[in-house]
Design a protein around this ligand. Structure first.
Ligand SMILES: Cc1cc2nc3c(=O)[nH]c(=O)nc-3n(C[C@H](O)[C@H](O)[C@H](O)COP(=O)(O)OP(=O)(O)OC[C@H]3O[C@@H](n4cnc5c(N)ncnc54)[C@H](O)[C@@H]3O)c2cc1C
Length: 484
């Protein structure tokens, strides 16, 4: 039967759920508090520069393709996409960097030059990671709404049990001794939001996503994907309402009865929230909330981030589209994110320059830069602190890339913990949800369907399957399937 379904938030999980449910003939309205659609993947323009505000690594292209194929479309019907080569550059110090190229063969050759025997080991490591990818992504991801532990049990997963007990750290350290190779292989764990020593080895499928499938770039960044999903949704009849902040959810007879926005009220048969889970529950009467404040305070959240969007009035040398600055020990930085939350003493950071592959994202002969330092959630982030870290990373950028840059800055904006809270109602200012540790996987994540309110569902990076754009899209499909 056709239902009136309200969806809160316009992140990828909400955009995905909207399309799947509209395809089934339901009447869908998406309500977004901000003035732009896309959630953490919003884009903004300033002084001729275009900046993606959040995600920048387009990994697992098969997940995006499957989404469009489900509507008899392809990503190519909406945007151009290119495989990057090099995929990214990792700086370890002055005159010391490694470019990760676009095939396992080339990457293995590079490994071999750095550590004797590591080329073959990498190929073996990746063939196991590929098996895990095929089981994890193709078999499990789409079949796990997290309703029961049994979803995890199959002949294929039982054979892989050792990968759920071991950790990424153990597997990588067993096979590779060189600290640079180790940190490159542990890098994808950052997307899962926890330490390598706390992430099940099964997630090494991210290494296959990285080296085996590669890093892609939609011509205009993730906004191409947002626009494509919204355009698809509009064709299916989805209505999008920006500048609509949900203020409270009224419950009657254990069902959502009314949605209260700033100046208006709406009815719905079903409510799905793609907004941060904790925030959504805070809009319910206390007795309708499934999880206490204590529950949330005990979860391991993915880090927050200190971000800078910077316009330079000249071209920057010695950088590629994606660049990691790993000149420092990540273990200490990770400790300062997860174990002893504080501003990092010597942070690693990430920089991307989309104008390297799409000159249209910066004025002529200029470059746009996006800088990210992962940090603990809930830190105090004053202007002075942000500035201190900006100076620190600019100093390193200038040193390692051998040029002066600070005098060429013509635009700068920062974004940090307090902005994540203000703009997205994010718990503790987390940047990308709840980490994927063993005890926060599948049925151990917050429920996709409320146990206390009959017609209330959740999607997005705090529920199944987890953080990242591909999982967010899958999350939308999972909640839609459950409703259908
Ligand atoms: C800096 C950064 C870098 C990242 N890099 C990558 C990357 O390279 N690759 C990758 O795959 N992933 C990356 N991620 C993670 C990825 O962007 C997210 O996991 C994904 O976009 C989350 O989608 P979502 O649907 O869960 O919700 P969100 O994008 O968080 O959207 C939730 C929406 O709900 C809205 N909302 C909140 N409260 C209300 C309310 N009361 N009323 C109405 N609306 C409300 C918010 O405004 C927001 O728009 C990154 C994230 C960040 C922040």
């Amino acid at each position: 039967m056709k239902k009136n379904i309200a969806i809160i938030g316009s992140g990828f999980s909400s955009l995905s759920a909207a399309c799947y449910l509209a395809k089934k003939g339901h009447n869908i309205t998406v309500y977004e508090k901000n003035s732009d659609l896309g959630g953490r993947a919003r884009q903004f323009k300033a002084n001729g520069f275009t900046f993606d505000m959040g995600p920048s690594w387009y990994w697992m292209p098969d997940v995006f393709e499957k989404f469009f194929n489900d509507f008899n479309k392809s990503s190519k019907d909406y945007y151009q996409i290119e495989k990057l080569n090099p995929a990214y550059r990792v700086y370890f110090g002055l005159d010391d960097y490694i470019d990760i190229e676009d095939s396992i063969e080339k990457i293995s050759d590079k490994f071999e030059k750095i550590e004797l025997g590591s080329g073959e080991k990498l190929k073996k490591f990746l063939s196991k990671a590929k098996e895990n990818y095929n089981i994890g992504v193709s078999d499990m991801l789409y079949k796990m709404p997290g309703l029961s532990p049994l979803e995890l049990v199959s002949i294929k997963t039982i054979k892989k049990i050792r990968y759920f007990i071991s950790t990424i750290r153990k597997e990588v350290h067993r096979d590779f001794k060189n600290p640079k190779l180790r940190s490159i292989l542990e890098f994808p764990v950052l997307f899962l939001g926890a330490k390598a020593s706390n992430t099940p080895a099964f997630y090494n499928f991210m290494n296959y996503a990285d080296f085996g499938l590669g890093t892609f770039q939609p011509k205009n960044g993730f906004s191409d994907l947002v626009n494509a999903m919204v355009s698809l949704g509009k064709n299916l009849g989805v209505k999008y309402r920006t500048n609509h902040t949900l203020k409270s959810i009224k419950i009657k007879d254990n069902k959502v009865n009314k949605l209260i926005f700033e100046n208006r009220e709406f009815d719905c048969d079903i409510l799905i929230s793609g907004a941060d889970y904790h925030h959504t529950e805070s809009l319910l009467p206390t007795k309708s909330r499934q999880y206490s404040e204590k529950y949330w305070s005990k979860r391991i959240f993915a880090p927050s981030s200190l971000l800078f969007y910077v316009g330079f009035n000249k071209k920057i040398n010695n950088v590629t589209h994606h660049n990691l600055f790993f000149d420092t020990e990540f273990d200490q930085h990770a400790k300062e994110i997860y174990d002893d939350p504080r501003w990092p003493s010597d942070p690693l950071f990430y920089a991307n320059f989309t104008s390297k592959t799409n000159p249209g994202t910066a004025p002529k002969n200029c470059e746009n830069g996006f800088f990210l330092i992962p940090i603990a959630t809930d830190l105090e982030d004053t202007e002075e602190i942000r500035e201190k870290y900006f100076e620190l990373i600019m100093e390193k950028l200038e040193k390692f890339t051998k040029q002066t840059l600070r005098s060429s800055i013509v635009y700068k904006r920062s974004f940090c913990v307090s902005d994540f809270k203000k703009d997205y109602n994010s718990y503790g200012g987390n940047a990308y949800g709840l980490a994927n540790t063993l005890f926060q996987t599948a049925f151990l994540r917050p429920n996709i369907k409320s146990k206390l309110v009959q017609n209330l569902y959740f999607c997005g990076q705090l529920t199944v399957p987890g953080p990242g754009v591909p999982p967010a899209i899958v999350s939308g499909e999972l909640v839609a399937n459950l409703i259908n």
